[in-house]
Design a binder for this molecule. Structure first.
Ligand code: HEM
Length: 485
């Protein structure tokens, strides 16, 4: 009754709930995409729900994505939402623990290091990490076996990303203490820490100890590499940051470089490892596509399958489509939030979102909308290749998108695209090309070595675990591998 009587006609409709503080927290948390779909059907593209006492306004569809993700700096703010979680994990003075203009400069430094020249060196590094992982891991001994794939993909992701982006010195430390320390840091990212980030709880103590220790490892490595001078030939981000200078002439301090390195690895780790796990699970569900991928490489590169190079990846459209289609259905970031700083009229509606609200963008909603993707629930990589009956009915492709520069290089605005797994606007992902390269290289190497199928021989797929900030497959998620002759 209260919800009906005190309804402000200029505010978006409120999702009905029984209990004031809890609101829709539980039902949203169980399955966010379903929550968005169901309430969109009831209330339209813009609606509000109560998440842990906070009125949270969701705006879906390309217009909703544009409204939130391209919101002006005076209107929307990301750091007020995320810094409680990220600052204790990354460390101070970077990402959300500094003014947005500084983050834009930091993103620019990191993005400049992600060049084609650097990418050419990364593919052989990643290939080597993947093949040597399968040689040494005891669960891949023999001709066939069954493994819980997310655990394996998490390790492969951290080894490949740390080696390519941060150099061999840092990579070597993952065989010793760094992997465990990153695991402790990771616990700082559980959703409960939105509320309990400050509490002297065991996992927060471990997080703080790990942050200090990891930052010191990076700072020592920076010193070691500076001492190497011209002998240091690696083309990684760490090297680039060591020579970067802010616009005001200040060289990036070592503690900021260290904290950016933590941020980079953490930003990519969850998204890429969740995506590579989903790819393997989808391939195991569709063994024929593993064969198609293998044949694609044989056809394009020759039956002797030469060592993989960066140039090869662009010639493998099915392999690219596998990554694209998996991110369409299993985008690891299902909710992107912003604090409202000025009352915000929603274009094309009578609604004004007040400053007491948080905004929530969910680009995955348009990614699984039948108006844009025929048979949206069907994982069909072929939809991205010419002539498919399930071809996307895109409003606009990335190439046709309006371009914009928020201070970290030109990016597409993304406003007309229903497909935005890497976000849009000033907070858009800078790791997209690296993630594609990393995921495609992993897929290429896996299908060279193995045939895959579901452990129980079925064509089922596991459910999604939404308990942490990044969604991922529910574990155990076992698949059966068989070594290729
Ligand atoms: C931002 C997705 C991999 C670094 C984002 C955002 C999304 C995203 C949706 C926007 C967040 C927001 O607007 O609040 C993904 C996906 C990945 C991936 C799906 C892999 C499949 C990576 C990798 C790196 C990376 C590998 C590092 C090399 C970043 C950074 C930001 C970002 C630095 C900027 C955060 C900001 O400006 O607030 N990513 N990402 N990501 N990502 Fe990624």
């Amino acid at each position: 009754l209260q919800q009906l009587l005190f309804k402000n006609p200029n505010e978006p409709p409120m999702v009905f709930h029984w209990f004031p503080f809890i609101g829709s927290t539980v039902i949203y948390g169980m399955d966010p995409p379903k929550f968005f779909r169901d309430n969109r059907a009831k209330y339209g593209d813009v609606f509000t729900f109560v998440l842990l006492g906070k009125k949270t306004t969701v705006a879906v569809g390309p217009a909703g994505n544009d409204f939130i993700l391209n919101g002006k700096l005076k209107d929307v703010n990301a750091e007020e939402i995320y810094s409680v979680l990220t600052t204790p994990v990354f460390g101070r003075d970077v990402v959300y623990d500094c003014p947005n203009a500084k983050l834009m400069e930091q993103k620019k430094f990191m993005k400049i290091a992600l060049t084609t020249e650097a990418f050419k060196t990364y593919v052989p590094i990643i290939s080597h990490e993947v093949t040597s992982y399968f040689k040494r891991d005891p669960d891949f001994k023999g001709k066939s076996g069954i493994v819980d794939i997310p655990k394996k993909m998490a390790e492969i992701t951290i080894f490949t990303a740390s080696h390519a982006l941060q150099g061999s010195l840092i990579r070597s430390k993952f065989d010793e203490s760094l992997a465990d320390l990153y695991h402790d840091l990771d616990m700082g990212f559980s959703s409960i820490n939105f509320v309990l980030h400050w509490a002297p709880l065991p996992w927060n103590r471990k997080r703080d100890h790990a942050q200090r220790t990891v930052a010191k490892i990076y700072m020592d490595t920076i010193k070691e590499r500076r001492a190497l001078g011209d002998q240091d030939k690696e083309l990684d981000i760490l090297k680039h940051l060591m020579t970067s200078v802010y616009k005001d002439g200040t060289p990036v301090p070592d503690h900021e470089i260290a904290h950016m390195m933590i941020a980079l690895l953490m930003a990519g780790q969850h998204s890429s490892s969740s995506t590579s796990s989903w790819i393997m699970l989808r391939l195991a569900q569709n063994p024929q596509i593993v064969e198609d991928l293998y044949q694609e490489q044989v056809k394009v590169l020759g039956a002797d399958l030469p060592p993989l190079q960066y140039e090869h990846l662009a010639k493998l459209p099915l392999c690219q489509a596998i990554v694209k289609e998996t991110l369409r259905l299993h985008a690891p970031i299902h909710s992107i939030m912003r604090k409202v700083k000025q009352p915000m009229p929603v274009p094309g509606t009578k609604y004004v979102v007040p400053t007491s609200h948080v905004l929530l963008a969910a680009p995955g909603v348009s990614g699984s909308d039948p108006n844009y993707f025929p048979n949206p629930e069907h994982w069909d990589p072929y939809r991205w290749l010419p002539g498919s009956p399930n071809a996307p009915l895109m409003v606009r492709n990335d190439e046709e998108e309006e371009k914009v520069d928020y201070g970290y290089g030109i990016v597409s605005k993304g406003a007309g695209s229903p497909y935005l797994p890497f976000g849009a606007g000033r907070h858009r992902c800078i790791g997209e090309h690296f993630a594609n390269l990393q995921l495609q290289t992993i897929v290429c190497e896996v299908v060279r070595l193995f045939k895959l199928q579901n452990a129980d021989g079925s064509s089922n797929i596991v459910g999604t675990d939404y308990a942490s900030l990044f969604s991922r497959p529910l574990e155990p998620a076992k698949i059966r591998w068989e070594r290729r002759q």
